[in-house]
Design a protein around this ligand. Structure first.
Ligand code: URA
Length: 437
């Protein structure tokens, strides 16, 4: 077999075989296939597409390119969750303790934030003392004993994804739906959970802004889960504005705790409950879907989920005295520049404004200021007067606030008529429903 012929085949819009895909991925990792050949193939896939059969084969080859976790020796159903990335998205912190409080084990490997999107590992690291790098033995023991563990992804899990993603990132081939689906699902399948909730975002802060593209991605990932014998639901959710009010690591942990205390913003509560409810239904905690959703609400309202979150933090060395969370030396109001309805928010720009305050990273090797970020006072549809506080900017230096304010001015637009706001959860697509195209 020659890589030249595989590239030519995809250039000519032909379907690759499983053997050809295995040859490519193995050669890409062992150096027998050059990076320039891989990038040529990635571009051909981006332009000419990849069939579902090809995507299933790629996902499987990537999944087994490195170490995989075998959770089967842990009793009970094991669950995981993934978000395609957003701004202010702290649902893993609020939803997963609800799941664990029902006795469904949570085994989650998470990533760090990059660009305008946040990452669960950074948020957890803002809790004083919290260890995010568990070795696989400690991770499995904690899932079995505490019922829940969240760790950073080890370097040896899915090395094919690391290699391909780094090449996609610099060759304008990230936005290929089959490549995104294989990238996300190979990592999730390598972690070995039985059931999976996928939060697929659309809108101005999402990886794929168009809802139809996001729906295609969600459906494809659900079919990949089904092909791998897993139960999964994908929620198609809006990133037309940040989720909740807080953006930034410690600020987001505090907001997730508010939800677990029965308070906090309604959109965050709603989405966390629905994600948890879907997992509980897939895991068989209730056979009726609506009863599973209701169970999620009961576990939140009773305080059981908050206790589970505290147990997770203590198990990973963290401190549950929220007063000890990092605080910024400067908290500056950002005033509304105009009167009217908050009509639209460019969510990615708001994420970048938070990055400028220190809460995010432009490059993978940058460090973050855990205390920094934005707390919104108003969201889409609110009527404001010029000078009303739209948000508070948490940072170390006034210069950072001035730069972030410039971006916020571009990000938020006003109108004289109330804007239409769509639903937070547009659709749920599940392996247990009809998930064909
Ligand atoms: N997130 C991933 O894990 N992979 C992609 O390709 C895109 C987003």
């Amino acid at each position: 077999m020659r890589m030249f012929d595989i590239i030519a085949k995809k250039r000519d819009k032909e379907e690759l075989t499983g053997e050809e895909i295995a040859f490519w991925i193995q050669g890409c990792l062992n150096g027998q296939v050059a990076d320039y050949q891989t990038t040529a193939l990635l571009m051909a896939i981006r332009i000419n597409g990849f069939s579902e059969r090809e995507t299933i084969a790629l996902t499987e080859e990537m999944r087994r390119s490195g170490k995989t976790l075998d959770l089967s020796e842990i009793d009970g159903v094991k669950a995981d969750k993934h978000s395609s990335g957003g701004v202010g998205d702290k649902t893993s912190l609020a939803a997963l303790p609800i799941v664990a409080a029902a006795g469904v084990k949570v085994a989650k490997l998470s990533g760090r934030g990059l660009g305008h999107t946040g990452g669960t590992v950074d948020k957890l690291e803002s809790i004083p003392g919290f260890h995010v790098n568990l070795d696989s033995q400690t991770f499995m023991r904690q899932v079995a004993e505490t019922g829940m563990a969240i760790s950073g992804q080890s370097a040896d899990l899915d090395p094919a994804d690391k290699k391909l993603y780094a090449l996609r990132d610099v060759t304008a081939t990230v936005d290929s739906i089959p490549l995104i689906a294989a990238s996300i699902m190979s990592k999730k399948l390598a972690t070995g959970a039985d059931v999976l909730a996928l939060d697929v975002k659309y809108g101005s802060g999402a990886l794929l802004q168009d809802i139809e593209d996001s729906r295609r991605l969600a459906k494809l990932m659900i079919r990949l889960a089904k092909a791998a014998g897993k139960k999964a639901s994908a929620l198609l959710t809006s990133m037309e504005q940040p989720l909740g009010l807080s953006i930034g690591n410690a600020l987001e942990v505090e907001e997730a705790v508010q939800v677990l205390q029965g308070e906090g913003p309604e959109d965050l509560r709603q989405l966390s409950l629905r994600l948890a409810g879907e997992i509980l239904w897939l895991a068989g905690a209730r056979s009726d879907r609506r009863q599973a959703w209701a169970l999620a609400g009961d576990l939140l309202d009773s305080g059981a989920a908050l206790e589970k979150f505290k147990a997770l933090i203590l198990a990973q060395g963290g401190c549950v005295d929220w007063q000890r969370m990092a605080k910024s030396p400067l908290i500056l109001p950002y005033p509304a520049p105009a009167e009217g309805y908050v009509a639209a928010m460019d969510t990615a720009k708001i994420g970048y404004a938070s990055l400028l305050l220190g809460a995010g990273r432009a490059k993978a090797e940058d460090t973050v200021d855990h205390a920094a970020g934005i707390v919104l006072c108003q969201k889409r549809g609110a009527y404001v007067h010029a000078g009303d506080t739209l948000a508070y900017l948490h940072c170390r230096e006034e210069r950072q606030a001035a730069e972030a304010a410039k971006l916020l001015q571009e990000a938020v637009t006003f109108s004289q008529t109330a804007p239409e706001t769509g639903p937070l959860i547009a659709e749920i697509i599940s392996t247990e429903d009809d998930c064909t195209d």
